[in-house]
Design a binder for this molecule. Sequence first.
Ligand code: FES
Length: 182
Amino acid sequence: MTAHPQQTSEKPTPVTCVSRRNFLILGGSAITVLATYGSGAEAQQLVTSSYARKTVGKVSALKMGQAIAFKYPTKDIENVLVMLSEEAGGGAGEKRNIVAFNTVCPHMGGQMDASTFKSKHNVLGPCPLHLSTFDLTKHGMVVSGHSAASLPQIVLEIDGDDIVATGVMGLFYGYNRNPTGA
Ligand code: FES
């Protein structure tokens, strides 16, 4: 007869919860999936995928408050690269003020672009559909409007004068898994 768990001294196994955003942050540079077939000593398979590295601009060519469009991680995914007037979450460069974000609104896919960047407030928007606006100093967090999610942020590194995209934090609208471009 099997003892009911509450009748034994066994402690329940703690369940570790990882939020969707943190999972995606963890997956920014590499996603590791461990798939177990069967039980015991049966084979395990490790699958790893990484985002492509791509130079998306030059530090020396960026002007404060100017947004530049670029594609990453594939040639049909549009983003903006911006040098903000203040330090930003996830910012690259000496002043940690160089950031990049996807321009498709996470609410219902409204299309924004470099022209919708407002340098006075360091925000992108409003989205043309339901007017969401996103704070680029705070990981693309929603400032106003209908969106409940932040803009996906492109992870940047500085290599000499090159600004290099190395990953994505957040899920692109319309995808159930981000393409990696790799
Ligand atoms: S699609 Fe952008 S706020 Fe609705």
